[in-house]
Design a protein around this ligand. Structure first.
Ligand code: HDE
Length: 710
């Protein structure tokens, strides 16, 4: 297939045959019977009782009664899109997978992003890990890379997953809180499972409140294997790097966004694709040779550890572009089933005990969620290649397998389907030598629970560190149990004393000198913190640049939402200069006015309003521009919310530009005293404003911004 920006992939062609379009069609029952009344049931007389005979009513109501399926037990809230993956350079020295060797291929993908804890209808800006799951429909079978937007996980062994999730989900007696980790049971668990502390500090960082799903990284987390033609194995970690960089909102914004637009991330993804601003991520790999397996101070099989990029650089090998929104949310986004066990020749598992458990869980969960072992036949889940085996029947069998035989070996069916030869691309597991005792324990090499959270924190910029301190203060401030908070303070102090001190002050507590020791098995042996101190000999870096968002990409304002505050009489000259400059960089310019409908500029032209001030909030935008025009500004000043709009943008460290009389509006806001702020632009060229937006935020303003009472 030609390499081009295309929405037609092999998978989209496959899906096409299942699409239904009612345009110009007559309404029918599910049996194809034409229907001429779908508003009235069949009754005995005009006011009479409804007749059991009414098969039309029964069909309609029965389907409705059963149209819900169980939501995902975790990652219930999600959004997805179609696209494709292109390989830049073959990595055949590591892997024989077609997707990693054939640079001419366009591999269709379907990617779903999600929060973890909340229900299907919960708000997008929860402070949470984000799921980052990609289904690659490769010619050799489907490969699912089911990752998150953080490179490590909370726990080391699948056995603890139900406990972790039970602790973070709403508390079982009162089903509170929704989509939030800020409650006692979660921190009770965290503080007694020190292996969680690394992922937990990531969740306290800005990574947990992304500006956009298109502006976050993705990670396969586990160490996988790449297998080449010779059968040689290399360890690998997978990374997704967004071309727009990694950017986040502040917690104050997140809370407000959830009220203003609970679908903020979902809408942003959808709108960007509809606007032709296709989200893109590069795929990177960190490769470790077999012989280097033990050269690190942590175990490659431990999913609570990352390989610092300073130690093993990420090699970029290809790019994913998402360029088509689903046709139907339920059929595609809800019914898609990701399984870490879906791999293809050239990729294999390691013994990471978390990954091993996942290999069981994901197939199992689809059985209750989608209701049948035939879930792979649902259009979105079907591979692009042929499927032939002797599995039969089950609920909702969609295929009609032909022939007399459904077993192997057979002679009556001509021995078919026959086994694939290696030369035909058959899968075979990597022949890892295993010689061990059967034992239920945790490897000593997983013991260090503190070095990497400390490395992460050390690597952050000052503004990021402050956000982490505020996040812990918020989360623990929502807990009611003093013992849980104190235990957390003690543990945070093992990561960074100053951090813990700041949090302690916010909580009005002291860091305890010690916590209950020894811990007996009955309340969790893992809580024995001494056992999990960093090993004496360690070669961790002082800092790893890749861990901080301060070193991400700041080179684009594409898709950034710019609020332009206008009313009748606004200056067309100011506006058109700025609009042209912003749109040239693919920013989205939105007119916000005192009312909906249209506004008239000083050149007597009508302009469509994108949102009346009543229906929108400053937190939904990346920057504000106010053109001049005295009458317009006077009108804006009559509406208090415009001042709030500006104050909030200033509080959230966003760029603000005004021209001419636009300054009068600033004069009535908190910004009046800070006109020399480096990203407040008064009568400046658009370029300076554009540069500031591309930097995402002016964090130097944080201290002043904290004083804004908005
Ligand atoms: Fe999941 N996880 N998980 N998880 N996970 C599910 O599967 C599970 C883990 C992740 O958009 C469930 O189909 C266990 C790590 C994503 O549809 C379930 C363990 C990582 C998604 C499940 C983990 C993830 C899921 C719920 C510990 C990052 C959403 C519905 C052994 C590498 C996929 C479903 C989508 C979904 C189990 C740990 C990511 C219950 C038992 C580690 C992105 O099967």
């Amino acid at each position: 297939m030609a390499k081009q920006k295309t929405t037609t992939t092999e998978k989209s062609k496959d899906l096409k045959q299942f699409e239904k379009d009612a345009e110009n069609q007559v309404m029918t029952t599910n049996q194809g019977l034409k229907v001429n009344d779908t508003n009235n049931s069949l009754k005995a007389g005009e006011r009479g009782s409804t007749l059991l005979e009414d098969f039309l009513l029964r069909e309609k109501i029965t389907h409705f009664d059963h149209e819900r399926i169980p939501e995902r037990i975790v990652h219930a809230r999600g959004s997805a899109a179609h696209g494709y993956f292109e390989l830049y350079n073959s990595i055949e020295k590591y892997s024989k997978a077609g997707i990693f060797t054939d640079t001419k291929r366009i591999t269709p993908v379907f990617a779903r992003f999600s929060t973890v804890a909340g229900s299907k209808g919960s708000a997008d800006l929860a402070r949470d890990v984000r799921g980052f799951a990609v289904k690659f429909y490769t010619q050799e079978g489907t490969w699912d890379l089911v990752g998150n937007n953080m490179p490590i996980f909370f726990i080391q062994d699948a056995m603890k997953f139900p406990d972790l999730i039970h602790s973070v989900k709403p508390e079982p007696n009162k089903e509170i809180p929704q989509a939030a980790s800020a409650h006692d049971t979660f921190y009770d668990f965290i503080s007694r499972s020190t292996e969680t502390l690394h992922n937990q500090i990531w969740v306290m960082s800005d990574r947990a409140i992304p500006r956009s799903l298109r502006m976050m990284e993705g990670f396969g987390i586990h160490t996988f294997r790449l297998i080449n033609e010779k059968g040689e194995s290399h360890f690998v970690k997978f990374h997704w790097k967004p071309l727009l960089g990694v950017h986040s909102v502040t917690w104050d914004e997140a809370v407000k966004i959830n009220g203003a637009d609970a679908d903020f991330h979902r809408r942003d993804l959808w709108d960007a694709i509809e606007a032709g601003q296709y989200p893109e991520w590069e795929l990177g790999i960190q490769v470790v040779a077999e012989e280097d397996e033990h050269k690190f101070e942590f175990d490659l099989l431990d999913p609570t550890k990352l390989i610092p990029e300073e130690l093993v650089p990420v090699e970029i090998i290809g790019k994913m572009t998402l360029n088509r929104n689903p046709e139907n949310f339920f059929a595609e986004t809800e019914q898609v089933a990701f399984l870490p066990g879906h791999i293809v020749p050239g990729i294999d598992f390691t013994n990471d005990p978390l990954l091993q458990g996942r290999l069981f869980s994901y197939r199992d969960t689809q059985l209750s969620r989608l209701g049948s072992p035939n879930f792979h036949q649902i259009p979105i889940n079907r591979p692009i290649g042929e499927v032939h085996n002797n599995q039969r029947d089950g609920h909702m069998q969609m295929d009609i397998p032909k022939g007399q035989t459904a077993y192997f070996p057979n002679s009556l069916g001509g021995g078919c389907p026959h086994l694939a030869k290696m030369s035909e691309g058959a899968f075979t597991s990597y022949e890892e030598r295993v010689d061990a005792k059967k034992i239920r324990t945790r490897s000593e090499s997983f013991n260090d629970h503190f070095s990497q959270p400390a490395l992460f924190y050390r690597s952050l910029a000052d503004w990021e560190k402050q956000h982490v301190a505020e996040a812990y203060t918020f989360e623990l401030g929502k807990c009611t149990q003093k013992s849980v908070k104190e235990r957390m303070l003690w543990l945070i102090a093992q990561i960074d004393k100053d951090l813990s001190q700041k949090v302690a002050e916010g909580l009005g507590l002291n860091i305890p000198d010690t916590i209950e020791q020894p811990i007996n098995q009955a309340i969790g042996a893992d809580a024995d913190v001494k056992k999990h101190q960093p090993p004496k000999k360690k070669n961790y870096l002082d800092k790893d640049k890749a861990l901080s968002q301060a070193h991400t990409k700041f080179n684009s304002i594409a898709t950034r939402q710019i609020a332009v505050l206008v009313s009748d009489g606004f200056s067309m000259k100011d506006f058109s200069t700025m609009k042209k400059a912003l749109e040239k960089e693919n920013a989205m310019v939105k007119l916000i006015a005192p009312h909906g409908g249209t506004v008239v500029c000083d050149e007597h032209m009508e302009h469509q309003v994108d949102a009346a001030i009543m229906t929108t909030e400053s937190v939904l935008f990346d920057a504000i521009y106010i053109p001049g025009g005295k009458t317009a500004i006077d009108k804006l000043l009559e509406e208090a919310k415009f001042k709030k709009f500006v104050n909030e943008a200033f509080k959230h460290c966003k760029a603000i530009a005004v021209d001419n009389e636009g300054e009068h509006l600033l004069d009535k806001t908190f910004v009046a005293d800070y006109k020399d702020d480096k990203t407040v632009f008064i009568n400046k060229k658009p370029k300076a404003f554009i540069d500031a937006i591309s930097k995402h935020r002016n964090w130097d303003r944080m201290e002043i911004a904290a004083q804004v009472p908005a």
